[in-house]
Every structure is written in structure tokens, then in C-alpha cells.
Design a protein around this ligand. Structure first.
Ligand code: SF4
Length: 513
């Protein structure tokens, strides 16, 4: 096997004898076969032959290979056969051998990996949008264009241009998902979320899929079962059409990488997307998967979305006998979410006045994915050390490092504002653009610094979107991607001043002067 797509890759170079994530060699090889089959499909579909079912096969095939989504060889083989059948319908049996990519010239490999991993991340967003009925022809077409390019001879300049195009297309894809989410569930509102678990049966729902959450809330209505979000599902509480369910009670647990310590509970856990970790025997009887998530021997809820097995398990386990006290990692017992673009922009005048009066000196966007590797406490320490006249915007699951901290308010605005899931980077971009217009300057001239943490492939497509918008001086950590060759990294550093994080003290000094 060879895999270097995520931040925790072995020795910072690549997993070759089993993944640090728990992925087995066989599974990695099957994911390569699936990717090779998708490249074959792309080469045919690019000639105007794409169909609704080939689009779905492409999106779900790519999403399946995102880190911590599928550990199941059986379902991977079914998907490979399905993609090949889709390609055969379009008239080809071609498949690409991924060994060619892994042994290519290191700069070409680096650029093609940026495209592949960025497309995997974008596929997750496209999937969430299409389950809510939103598709975009330009986004669909780029999946084929990008995947086909991986299987073709291309120069570094041609690939670099495609990398930037991917960033632009991903902005469109995030916009599509934003429209799907807000169109279906309303604009998020600031919402306080409890960390405690009430007495009685409950279900924990993890991942990003708001549609699955909505269906689960409907199916558990009036059944005496409470629902708790986990990880990236936390921002769901801010959406009016989800918040209205009284049995959507709170958030369970801390960051995704703590699940093996936290899931031995008297309740089932439903995974709707990444991040599932190798399941421990202590809680294996209560893990359920749905959609593209798959883990051997766990009960899978298929596309008819009948959650009866999960509901029955919740009733059988019964939950806690009395209210169970829980906290975030810093000891806070509530979390705030729901500061999406509409909320922040509704107080834009107040924010602009506060900046002009000197009450707000700087904005930080401290966002991105969390992970298990040591060194990520940088982000907690960074937030703790930010001066009192600064605002922290955040999104994605990296916020679980600091979202239970009370660091005060400025003019009635909380200093930490959670804008949502990773795809809500779209919201952050809209706010940054609106501020730049209000101050009549470019985004790069705003008193705004992006301090990002990355783990998996959705962070890759978001980074490419930010770069495609010309946003500079982004701080990135905890380590740089193994798939960026020294030359490609040098190009990005020179063009965009992409900066690896150092220490919170040194970085804050550099940023604030
Ligand atoms: S996803 Fe990450 S940890 Fe898992 S095999 Fe790939 S590089 Fe290794």
C-alpha cells in the first residue's frame, strides 16, 4: 500500500505497512483500484457522455476514499464494480494504475495528489448538496476534468493551473452546499449548546450530514429518545429547522479523535460521514453507519434511511439513569455555535465601528480539522494568548480545542464565534469579502489572519479555494502535507506567503507586530 493523503501519515512521508488511521493494506489497495476506476470513468465522461448516475458514482466514489470514511473491503469492491459498470455503460473498460502516480516525478506526483485529494474533499461537499437536491453542472464537469488529468501526461504548469481552477470550483461547490443547507434549514442563529446528557434513551449522531440528522429527528419524534450531536454535527443546533425539535438536546463528547475513549456509553452512535476510527470491542455493538461510511461488521443503514435498528438499540440500552455531567476539553459546560455569515453581517455596522474606534484590533480565523498528533495544542494556546481586543472566528472540528473557553466579549459580541462546519469556510469568505468592501481594501489588507489546522482532504480543497482567491499569509499546521514536494511548496510559499506555524508566542508577535 501507499497513502500519504492525511496529516498523520507515517513518518511524515507515507503509510506503507498499514495506515496510522487504522486502514489495512488491502483496503488502501482497493481504494487505489477504486480511484483508478474513477479515472477511467472520467476519461470517458469528459467527452460529454456524463449521466446523472455517473455523476453520483464519481462523487460517492471519491468521498468514500476520504480519510476515516471506509474501512470495509467488501463495500469497496461493490463500489469498484459499480464504477466499472458505469464506465462500461459509457463505452470503456479503462482503468488507471495508481502505482504510476505514486512513482511519478515528485513535482508531478505532488500536483496530481493536490488535485486528487482536493477533489476527494470537494466530493464530500457535492454529496451533501445533492442529497438536498442541489447539483451544479460546472462542479460535476470539473470532477471529470480533474480526474482525467491525473491519468494523462501534463506539465507542471498545466497541473498548477488545474490546482487553482479546483480552488475556484470548490468555492462554487461550497456556495451550492451553503444554499442547500440554508435553503432547507434556514440561516443559522447563535445558539448555546449543552454538554450534559439528560437521563433516558439517547442517540449520538456524528459526521456532517444534516439531512440524515433531520430524518433521524423525524423518526425519533415522540419516542422519548433524545438526540445529541457529535464532532462536526455540532453546528446543526444553529439551523432553525433542526433546532425546533425539542429532543435535539445537546452535544456529546469532544473532538472526533477522542471517540475511542468516549464511546463506551449506554447509547448507539450513528456515523453519517467521516470521522470513524477503528471500532473498539467495548462499544462495537452500538456503532451504526450510513451513506458512504462503512466499517466491517457494523450495522449499515442503507439509502432508504430507516433508522429503526438505531432507535431500537437506544431503547434497549436505555441511556443514563440520571443527568450525566460532561464538559469540553477545557472544562466548559456549554458551547456556542451558529455565527454564520448572516448573523455576523447583520452586526457588520457594529463590527466596523468597533474596528474604527480601536476596540477590535484584529480578527483571526482559527479553523480547520482536528487530529490526534501531539502539537495541536498550539491552537488552544494560540486562542488563549490572543489579546482581549481581538475576535476569533472559527469553523470545522479544530474548534473543539477551544470552543468551551470563556474569553469574553467585545461590545456584546463574543470573542469566539463558531461559523459552522468546514464547508462553512464559505461563510467566512463572504464575511471577509464584505469587510474588505466596507473598508475599501483587499482581503489581504484587512486586519485578519487565517490560522489553519489541517488533517484530511476537505481541508485541502478549502486551502486551494483560499489560494485561488489570492488570500496570502495563511498560517498552516500542525505540519505541512507530505504530498507537497519541496519545489511545489516553494512555489506556494513564494506566491502566497503560506507560512508553517511555529509557536503561538512567535506567530502572534509576527502577526500583531
Ligand atoms: S489516510 Fe492518512 S493515516 Fe490513513 S493510510 Fe492514508 S496517510 Fe496513512
Amino acid at each position: 500500500m501507499f497513502c500519504f493523503q492525511c496529516e498523520q501519515t507515517a513518518k511524515g512521508t507515507g503509510c506503507t505497512v498499514g495506515g496510522v488511521c487504522g486502514k489495512k493494506g488491502n483496503t488502501a489497495d482497493l481504494q487505489d483500484k477504486l480511484t483508478g476506476a474513477l479515472i477511467g470513468l472520467a476519461k470517458t465522461a469528459i467527452a460529454g457522455k456524463a449521466t446523472a448516475s455517473s455523476n453520483k458514482a464519481m462523487i460517492d466514489g471519491l468521498f468514500t476514499t476520504v480519510t476515516n470514511v471506509s474501512f470495509n473491503d467488501e463495500t469497496l469492491q461493490v463500489l469498484i464494480d459499480h464504477v466499472k459498470a458505469e464506465a462500461a455503460k459509457l463505452g470503456t473498460s479503462e482503468s488507471y494504475d495508481m502505482a504510476q502516480l505514486w512513482s511519478a516525478d515528485e513535482d508531478i506526483r505532488s500536483l496530481k495528489s493536490l488535485i486528487l485529494f482536493g477533489l476527494r474533499g470537494m466530493a464530500a461537499y457535492a454529496h451533501h448538496a445533492y442529497v438536498l437536491g442541489k447539483m451544479d453542472d460546472a462542479v460535476n464537469a470539473f470532477f471529470y476534468k480533474g480526474m482525467a488529468a491525473i491519468g494523462e501526461e501534463k506539465s507542471a504548469d498545466e497541473l498548477l493551473a488545474l490546482v487553482m481552477e479546483l480552488g475556484s470550483v470548490n468555492l462554487k461547490c461550497m456556495e451550492l452546499l451553503d444554499a442547500a443547507n440554508t435553503g432547507t434549514y434556514g440561516s443559522p442563529m447563535p445558539t448555546q449548546v449543552s454538554c450534559d446528557i439528560e437521563a433516558g434513551p439517547f442517540i449520538v449522531i456524528s459526521g456532517h450530514d444534516l439531512h440524515d440528522l433531520k430524518l433521524l429527528l423525524e423518526q425519533t419524534k415522540d419516542k422519548g429518545i433524545n438526540i445529541y450531536t457529535h464532532g462536526e454535527m455540532l453546528p446543526a443546533h444553529g439551523y432553525p429547522e433542526l433546532h425546533k425539535y425539542p429532543h435535539l438536546k445537546g452535544n456529546f463528547g469532544t473532538a472526533w479523535q477522542n471517540q475511542q475513549k468516549e464511546f463506551d456509553i449506554p447509547a448507539p452512535v450513528l456515523f453519517t460521514t467521516n470521522c470513524i476510527m477503528p471500532v473498539k470491542p467495548a462499544y462495537a455493538d452500538r456503532i451504526f453507519t450510513t451513506s458512504v461510511v462503512s466499517y466491517p461488521e457494523m450495522v449499515h443503514i442503507d439509502d432508504n434511511k430507516d433508522f429503526t435498528p438505531v432507535i431500537n438499540k437506544a431503547l434497549e440500552l436505555g441511556g443514563y439513569k440520571e443527568r450525566h455531567k460532561m464538559t469540553g476539553i477545557n472544562g466548559g459546560d456549554t458551547l456556542m455555535t451558529g455565527f454564520a455569515r448572516d448573523t455576523v453581517l447583520s452586526v457588520a455596522d457594529k463590527v466596523i465601528d468597533a474596528v474604527k474606534a480601536g476596540d477590535i484590533k484584529h480578527f483571526f480565523l482559527v479553523g480547520g480539522c482536528d487530529g490526534a498528533k501531539p502539537g495541536r495544542n498550539y491552537y488552544t494556546d494560540f486562542v488563549k494568548q490572543t489579546p482581549k481586543d481581538t475576535i476569533i472566528l472559527t469553523l470545522a472540528c479544530g474548534k473543539f480545542r477551544f470552543n468551551d473557553l470563556c474569553i469574553g466579549q467585545i461590545g456584546g459580541l463574543p470573542r469566539i464565534m463558531d461559523m459552522g462546519q468546514c464547508n462553512d469556510a464559505y461563510s467566512a469568505i463572504k464575511v471577509a469579502i464584505a469587510l474588505s468592501e466596507a473598508f475599501n481594501c483587499s482581503v489581504n489588507e484587512l486586519p485578519l489572519t487565517l490560522v489553519l489546522s489541517w488533517y484530511e482532504q476537505k481541508a485541502v480543497c478549502i486551502l486551494l479555494t483560499l489560494l485561488s482567491l489570492g488570500i496570502k499569509n495563511i498560517y498552516i499546521g500542525p505540519s505541512l502535507p507530505a504530498f507537497m514536494s519541496p519545489n511545489i511548496l516553494k512555489t506556494l510559499v513564494e506566491k502566497f506567503a503560506l507560512t508553517p506555524i511555529s509557536t503561538p508566542e512567535a506567530d502572534l508577535k509576527k502577526i500583531l507586530g
